[in-house]
Structure formats: C-alpha cells, structure tokens
Design a protein around this ligand. Sequence first.
Ligand SMILES: NC(=O)c1ccc[n+]([C@@H]2O[C@H](COP(=O)([O-])OP(=O)(O)OC[C@H]3O[C@@H](n4cnc5c(N)ncnc54)[C@H](OP(=O)(O)O)[C@@H]3O)[C@@H](O)[C@H]2O)c1
Length: 292
Amino acid sequence: MTIAVTGATGPFGRHAIEALLARGVPADQIIAVGRDQGKLGQLRELGVTVRSADYNDPASLRAAFAGADRLLFVSGSEVGRRIAQHQAVVDAAKDAGVGLVAYTSAPKADTSDMGLAEEHRVTEQALITSGLPYVFLRNSWYLENYTGQLPVVLEHGLIGAAGTGRISAATRADLAEAAATAVAGEGHESRVYELGGPAFTLAELAAEIARQSGRDVRYTDLSEDGYAKALVDAGVPAAMAAVLADSDRAAAQGALYVEGNDLEKLLGRPATPWREVIGQALAALGALPTQA
Ligand SMILES: NC(=O)c1ccc[n+]([C@@H]2O[C@H](COP(=O)([O-])OP(=O)(O)OC[C@H]3O[C@@H](n4cnc5c(N)ncnc54)[C@H](OP(=O)(O)O)[C@@H]3O)[C@@H](O)[C@H]2O)c1
C-alpha cells in the first residue's frame, strides 16, 4: 500500500513520515510531496520517494499522486489561497484513484466561526462532494505555537485575546503520529476526529512558565483589536496579526477546545503532557533555574 504525504517538507509532514516509518510502512511505499528542493533532498535520505508538486499546479499534483493508494493531505500554509489549492489536491487525488484521503483540518470545522476554519470547512466539503473515501483530522493548536514564543514571553509576558477559553493544544509530533495511524490503519474511513491534548487557559500557561522558569511571567488578556495591534507593533504582518487575533477571539469561545479523547485513542497512549513540553522547551533555551 503506497501512501503519499503532501506538505512533507513542513515539520508536520516530516513528523508524519517518520511516524509512518516507525509503524513499519516500508520507505519505498511512501511518497513525500512538497516544493522545497532542499527539504525534499533531506527526505530522500530517509529512503522515501520524493516528488515535487505545487498546490497551484494541478498537473504536478496528478504526477505526484500517481500510484498512491492513500493520501495524507496536509493542509497548505498560504492562508486565503487554500480553497482553490485544496480543490486542486482533491481533484488530483480523484484522478489518481486514491482510496483514502486523510485531511488535516481544524476543530469543529463544520460549525466553527474562527476565520481560519473557513478554508478547512470548504475543503472538507470538497472531499465529501468528490466521493473519495476520507478521514478528517481536525487538529487543535500546535503546542509549538507557544513554545516557539518562549524567548519573548520570558522577557515580556504572555499576551493574547483568548480570555478564559481553554485550548487543547498538542505537539505537532503527536498530531502527526495520529495522522499516520489514521492514514495507514484500517477502520478510519468516514471518521471525523477532533484532535487535541489536555486543555489549558493562557493564564494557566503563563503560570506554568513562571513556575518552571522561576521568572515573573503573567498573562495579559487584550481585546481582539488590541492584540492585533500588539502583534503588528511586534513586527507581525497586519493580515497575519488579524488572523491570529481572530483565532484568539474564537478560542475565548471554545473554538480550540476539543472534547473527547480521539487523539489518545489514535495514539494508543496519552498525549505528551503540555507541562512536560514547556519544561523541555525552557531547558532547550537554558531558562530553567538549575541552568542559570
Ligand atoms: N494547528 C496549528 O496550530 C497549525 C499551525 C500552523 C499551521 N497549521 C496547518 O498545518 C499545516 C502543516 O503544519 P506545518 O507546521 O508543517 O506547516 P508549515 O511549516 O507552514 O509547512 C507548510 C507545508 O505546506 C506546503 N505548502 C504550502 N503551500 C504549498 C503549495 N502551494 N504547494 C505545495 N506545497 C505547499 C509547504 O511546502 P514547501 O515548504 O515545500 O513549500 C510545507 O510542506 C500547515 O500547512 C497549516 O495548514 C496548523
């Protein structure tokens, strides 16, 4: 059974390919699809087949999916362009006769009012309309969205607009391992998985960073507009700042909160504890008191 993985050149796709290999999928039955030639070269070192394709180029997608029995469709990163891009992926998968498409979506994509969910909702619908067998992997936030900001947070505190909304973040690696299980395993067709780890509020996150680092780190909750402005002032492009602020607004209402334990069930173990992930990230920065 040959499995193609789009977005293979991103960290999520890379984790998913490593998880497929760890599950025992032979390297010669994995097709890594992406654009970045350097990263495709690194993937080739794993023994997998690599194929270059662009979501804007339907012919490249058809060529990339040729011979694939299943597809792990990792959503693209060009927000605002993804409806046409993802339709091209769905059409190419259909042309290639792919037998199962596992698509990385967003929590409650069919009902969420989070701006980022819109392109996922349309993509899910495109897959349903296509008649292709599918499984939806509705991933909550990556924990790395927060650990990547730790140097700034340690210096200036944590800001956001998520209020007391609980966020079921999980590591990219856990979510990618779950995706590998869904695309390579049996019995997942037509399933919609809401995937996230144990939830926390941003105030709880700040308190944990403070506890482990021994520094005075607090969470400041801003209005949606105030948060967008703060992000722009910090150098985030305005369009991306608006998307992030809208995501926090929606998170305040529970948009990134995941009920149930789909992630744990797919992993066959608990998700990696977020406190542990924070500790590892602080250690990597040399920011634990014992390292001072
Ligand atoms: N849940 C969350 O917190 C969260 C956060 C960020 C993103 N996401 C979503 O999850 C996806 C995977 O996460 P990630 O961290 O690995 O993202 P990433 O680092 O932004 O990687 C994006 C991947 O999509 C590929 N891609 C983007 N546009 C493409 C195009 N036009 N044609 C072909 N490939 C294209 C990139 O290929 P090249 O590098 O080869 O160009 C790369 O492999 C993202 O794309 C996004 O949809 C989720």
